[in-house]
Design a protein around this ligand. Structure first.
Ligand SMILES: Cc1cc2nc3c(=O)[nH]c(=O)nc-3n(C[C@H](O)[C@H](O)[C@H](O)COP(=O)(O)O)c2cc1C
Length: 334
């Protein structure tokens, strides 16, 4: 395995995608617990540089990492160059080995202020941010792009090239436009175009959920690595499985019970980082249940009962009942 971002070596080319409201320290710990060395890089959820600039404690808290967590990347969003640099310094002080710039978030409250996917309308400004951060910070700077604002403005090639010229050490692409949000399919062909155009490693993001989709994206795109997002929520063992598939071994997809056992581990972690916030605990655990059971007719009844739970204790009792039942196999990863 010889993949580096700048001077930072990655153990694997499978990277945990940044996901707001999901990839906090506790979720990342869960992913580490399930996959160990098969995770190439851990990325935080996006963090607002404006909030950091105002001294917002919660935003600083979002930069927390476990000592064992490495390599570790903090993703920032914003537009103001000075604020981006200042936030980058805070991230490095807190252990970031890589700092990533979000150029893909489609949320109205983010793009209205010119950040996230709005940056795709202004690739020159992406380059200005990258240049200033490369100049000021001792760690590699990366960017995560969408394909453009809409189909009439596919700016990913220009943005990728300018970011590389400005010193970006890697580029990730989620090949959907801001306008398409998460609809339709990720256009993996665009990842291939970007990988062919750049010298720095390109990471492909979008719709990889099993061995089959992984092989198709990885082989068809020529990307240096693959980011796993929603697929890793649905199946937190996905990195391990894909590494097995790559070695030609059986994937050994975990049963539903094995996935559900993680809910307890996750809950214990949430209690540690967010004490006194039972609604957050229940909401986050339900979010995981929702993703793990979505579109699985064989567990529809159970899914409904779990998602109707009023308290975390009720939900975990239902999970405990499942332990006694015969293992439920959701699918065999190809
Ligand atoms: C709930 C959720 C939150 C996300 N938050 C972020 C984020 O904070 N930063 C970012 O760059 N992308 C974010 N994304 C986009 C993902 O990183 C990824 O590019 C996208 O979901 C496509 O990959 P997937 O099909 O593997 O999920 C988010 C996606 C989801 C589903």
């Amino acid at each position: 395995m010889d993949l580096h971002i700048g001077q930072v070596p990655l153990r694997s080319h499978l990277v945990l995608a940044p996901m707001s409201g999901v990839t906090d320290r506790i979720f990342r710990r869960l992913i580490r617990h399930c996959n160990g060395a098969d995770v190439g890089l851990y990325v935080t959820e996006f963090i607002s540089v404006e909030c950091l600039w105002r001294g917002n404690k919660r935003s600083l808290f979002m930069m927390r990492k476990d000592p064992e967590e490495s390599p570790f990347c903090v993703q920032l969003y914003g537009r103001d160059v000075e604020q981006m640099v200042a936030a980058g310094r805070l991230a490095v002080e807190r252990g970031a080995q890589i700092v990533d710039i979000n150029c893909g978030c489609p949320a109205p409250k983010v793009v209205r202020r010119g950040g996230g996917a709005a940056l795709m309308k202004d690739p020159q400004h992406i380059a200005r941010i990258v240049e200033a951060m490369v100049e000021a910070l001792p760690v590699p700077i990366t960017v995560k792009l969408r394909s453009g604002w809409d189909d009439e403005q596919l700016t990913f090639l220009e943005a990728g090239r300018l970011a590389q010229e400005a010193g970006a050490a890697a580029v990730a692409l989620h090949p959907r436009t801001r306008k398409s949000l998460y609809k339709g399919v990720a256009r993996w062909g665009l990842i291939a175009q970007l990988a062919a155009a750049l010298r720095v490693p390109v990471f492909g993001s979008g719709d990889v959920v099993d061995g089959e989709t992984y092989r198709r994206l990885f082989q068809a795109s020529g990307a240096a690595g693959v980011m796993l997002g929603r697929g890793a929520i649905e199946n937190p063992f996905l990195f391990r499985e894909l590494a097995r598939v790559e070695r030609g071994e059986p994937a050994n997809a975990p049963s539903l019970q094995e996935r559900f056992q993680l809910l307890r581990v996750y809950y214990e972690g949430l209690r540690e980082d967010y004490p006194e916030r039972p609604n957050l605990h229940l909401g986050r655990v339900k979010n995981l249940v929702n993703r793990m059971t979505r579109g699985r007719p064989q567990v529809l009844g159970l899914r409904q009962r779990l998602l109707r739970s009023q308290t975390i204790e009720d939900l975990l009792d239902l999970v405990a009942e499942m332990d006694q039942a015969a293992p439920v196999h959701l699918e065999a990863t190809a």
